[in-house]
Design a protein around this ligand. Structure first.
Ligand SMILES: NC(=O)c1ccc[n+]([C@@H]2O[C@H](COP(=O)([O-])OP(=O)(O)OC[C@H]3O[C@@H](n4cnc5c(N)ncnc54)[C@H](O)[C@@H]3O)[C@@H](O)[C@H]2O)c1
Ligand SMILES: [Zn+2]
Length: 333
């Protein structure tokens, strides 16, 4: 078992990573809590060894959980059950559940404590860490949300045994991302790899909790990744889209003279070693992708990318549109 501290300015918490570590959950629940509202989905099916009263509140499966209407349902059900502001919400599932449960917890009674039990690889290395919560609107993904740090996070690797292969690969896409952001150890257990990702994300978040600057490096590979996801006609899970986005970002960085061709080849080797796609899907329309990337809500001035370079990955603003178009054409060829 590995305990990774996330040291924020005004409150710190622990992420417990390991196999069969659900027993640590009681330690992460605030002492004053007398009841736990457990938010989860069918298919996740975990029995929590809690020592306080618990009630399960089911949300729809997958991304369908992330709706304002579901947040209202949760808050109303909690009120009927008698959940107070001193109690705790426990979100048990992938990123869709931790985002929705965390958001509802952040606004119920103006904020109740939340503990995340992350049950997908993607949630363990990314979504459950760092305190971003939110839901989707018909107008776009994650348009409504809060920063609400959990009281603790459990990443129990034994819960991944039931995860469909495709979901595991999606998490691998985020892991590949961390590979380029930090020295991710390779010849170690999954537990140690997850802990290394959590440690890195925790450090970045501690430095820049509200994404004023450095935190945006966590979007490495995401600008094209999001565009491919929104473009819609490609059958890609988030992490698979990110993997393609990583390769594109390397191509762009090389065109801008930030990295040599060997580093692009290294990207390809590493992404492929995670069993992830390294090429653009068939049938992309360059103009559509450009328009979607320009609309990315993280864009500040012109096109903004997290790009590799001599000092490692950093956020680069005002990337000339012609360079982006050129890199897209080269990458899609
Ligand atoms: N808040 C953040 O910082 C952040 C970061 C990255 C992603 N996200 C969000 O996370 C979401 C994606 O999360 P995800 O990839 O975990 O997908 P997900 O939560 O949709 O889970 C994928 C599927 O796996 C099922 N599942 C979950 N755990 C399981 C288990 N142990 N066994 C079997 N099935 C299981 C779920 O019910 C779901 O159907 C997106 O909505 C994304 O926006 C948030
Ligand atoms: Zn991501």
């Amino acid at each position: 078992m590995i305990r990774v501290p996330v040291a924020l300015a005004d409150h710190s918490y622990e992420v417990v990573v390991g196999s069969h570590v659900l027993g640590e959950l009681n330690d992460l629940v605030p002492d004053r809590a007398q009841r736990a509202a457990v938010v989860t989905q069918t298919g996740v099916d975990l029995d929590l060894p809690l020592t306080i009263a618990q009630e399960v509140f089911l949300v729809p499966r997958g991304e369908a959980a992330k709706q304002l209407a579901i947040v209202e349902d949760l808050c109303r059900s909690w009120a009927r059950w008698g959940l107070t502001r001193h109690d705790v919400v426990i979100a048990v599932g992938g990123g869709a559940v931790t985002d929705t449960g965390g958001f509802a917890a952040s606004i119920y009674h103006r904020g109740v404590a939340v503990v995340h039990v992350a049950t997908t690889l993607l949630a363990q290395v990314d979504a459950a860490i760092g305190g971003k919560t939110g839901v989707n609107l018909p107008e776009g993904k994650n348009l409504v949300g809060t920063f609400w740090q959990p009281s603790g996070v459990i990443c129990d690797t034994s819960t991944l045994d039931t995860l469909p292969t495709r979901e595991l690969r999606s998490g691998m896409g985020e892991m590949a991302k961390y590979h380029f952001l930090t020295d991710l150890p390779t010849d170690v257990s999954l537990e140690e790899k997850i802990a290394a990702c959590v440690r890195f994300k925790g450090e970045v978040v501690a430095e820049d909790e509200r994404e004023g600057g450095r935190r945006a490096v966590l979007n490495y590979g995401h600008t094209l990744g999001h565009a491919l996801e929104i473009a819609g006609s490609f059958d890609l899970r988030h992490g698979e889209a990110v993997a393609i986005g990583l390769m594109f970002a390397a191509t762009l960085a090389c065109r801008l003279g930030r990295i040599p061709g060997e580093r692009v080849e290294e990207h390809a080797r590493i992404v492929a070693s995670y069993d992830l796609p390294t090429r653009m899907p068939q049938g992309v329309v360059i103009d559509d992708l450009l328009a979607l990337m320009a609309r990315d809500k993280k864009a500040l001035n012109g096109l903004t990318f997290a790009l590799d370079g001599p000092r490692g990955v950093e956020v680069v603003t005002d990337v000339p549109i012609d360079a982006v178009r050129g890199a897209l054409e080269e990458f899609a060829a």
